[in-house]
Design a protein around this ligand. Structure first.
Ligand SMILES: [Zn+2]
Length: 436
């Protein structure tokens, strides 16, 4: 078996791993890098990438060089499959460039989120040949057997993979944590972890960012409700429309104070697309979840031929007047496109914004506009967030459960810290091939 980390060995984002066994080649994740290929301290500006060709992105070293993967290099044997761990752009953001025939193996939840998001996001996965795989059900791809494991993560339907071939076993953790709404998956995994693993590729996002033990998603829900009680104005919510665990926390917090969680059409569509009745979504009986319509998203849904959704959510639509009336009991998802509407609500006195994302995004250019809006309107900024990634102790627990022959860093800026997690570390550089 041969294993190459094309990208992501020593950085967070842009994950791409190639595994070959027998005559079979699979790629695990094909993420958008978050930092410059040349300088890992420099953030990569990806905004214009949707308009760039595969060749341009290859020349920019954004697309990793992998033979038989891209639509543009039509010749040669195609990669047999792409395995996708979860629906975050740093894992799937470059999928739009692959040959359309290559099957993409992913969980049902992951497929639903990506298909819904493709309608709204500039960078699209356009998966033409999806193959849905289920928790702990092995699938054969040529000479390779893949067993997916459902993990707790802020990305919905996240999978880890056990990849077997040539008598060897590689385990790819994907991104995971043990303190989200599916936290119970972690102790279950630890109890039943596959044994005889030759190489464990494990994420280490939080290394170098360690603090206190991570708050659970339920802690966050209570924190949100607590913040809500302190402010007499409306609550603006700054959160990802794809972080389902977090949306549930806001919904529950809103419900606990008899309030209403107002989402934009994009978020409404994502929630609805999950087809999961346990997750809040726009429907006649979900009166604590309402939808604020904006033209830009109506157009996007219409362009995708989804007027049915536009029509259906009208039953959950909320007007600005109703939001104003709900006042302190209204939680409103903030979007740049919603901002002019928020200003029309009128009195923003004693309103607060609840920031619910990675702290680092606050320092980014895109947040400056938000900050100046808050300053102009004297809106307080509060934070309620917990990481989507495993703590140091939980990383250590995963390694101990799998007892790999070697531990290999991936998805981390601090690979040198892995020696604290497991005694046998085999660090790789991007592009380096290793035979477990
Ligand atoms: Zn990631």
């Amino acid at each position: 078996m041969r294993l190459t980390i094309h990208r992501g060995a020593k950085e967070i984002g842009g994950s791409c791993v190639e595994i070959t066994a027998g005559r079979t080649r699979v790629i695990v994740d094909l993420g958008m890098p978050l930092v410059s290929p040349w300088n890992k301290k420099e953030k990569l500006e990806t905004r214009g990438f949707a308009k760039k060709s595969s060749q341009e992105l290859l020349d920019m070293a954004v697309l990793p060089k992998v033979a038989g993967l891209y639509a543009m290099d039509g010749g040669g044997a195609a990669v047999d499959a792409v395995l996708l761990s979860h629906p975050h752009q740093d894992h799937y953001g470059l999928l739009g460039h692959i040959r359309p025939g290559i099957p993409v193996y992913l969980s049902d939840g992951c497929r639903r989120i990506i298909e819904a998001s493709d309608i709204f996001l500039p960078i699209k996965a356009n998966i033409r040949n999806p193959v849905v795989i289920d928790d702990r059900k092995p699938v054969k791809i040529g000479d390779i057997t893949v067993t997916p494991y459902l993990m707790d993560h802020s990305g919905y339907g996240a999978l880890a993979f056990l990849i077997e071939g040539d008598g060897k076993k590689v385990f790819y953790s994907g991104d995971f944590r043990a303190h989200g709404r599916k936290a119970a998956l972690f102790p279950k995994f630890v109890r039943t972890a596959p044994q005889g693993v030759d190489c464990l590729l494990m994420e280490g996002t939080t290394l170098g960012r360690e603090g206190r033990a991570p708050e659970t998603e339920t802690d966050i829900e209570e924190k949100i409700a607590g913040i809500a009680r302190r402010y007499k104005g409306i609550k603006l919510v700054y959160a990802s429309g794809q972080n389902i665990d977090r949306l549930v926390s806001f919904y529950k917090a809103a419900k606990s104070i008899g309030g209403v969680f107002v989402v934009d059409l994009y978020t409404a569509f994502v929630l609805d697309s999950l087809g999961n009745k346990n997750i809040p979504h726009p429907c006649a009986s979900c009166r604590n979840l309402r939808v604020l319509y904006t033209k830009n998203y109506v157009i996007k849904l219409a362009q995708a031929g989804r007027e049915d959704a536009v029509k259906r959510y009208r039953g959950s639509e909320i007007t600005l007047r109703e939001i104003a009336k709900a006042g302190e009991k209204a939680f409103l998802m903030y979007r740049e496109s919603i901002r002019p509407k928020i200003e029309k609500i009128g009195d923003l006195k004693d309103a607060a914004m609840i920031y619910s994302m990675y702290e680092g995004y606050k320092r980014e250019e895109s947040f400056k506009k938000v900050q100046s809006f808050l300053d102009e309107n004297k809106i307080m900024l509060e934070t309620a967030h917990t990481s989507g990634h495993a703590s140091f102790d939980d990383l250590k627990r995963l390694a101990a459960a799998l007892k790999p022959n070697v531990l290999t860093p991936i998805h981390t800026f601090n690979p040198e810290r892995y020696a604290e997690l497991w005694p046998k570390v085999r660090s790789l550089n991007d592009g380096e091939t290793f035979e477990p």
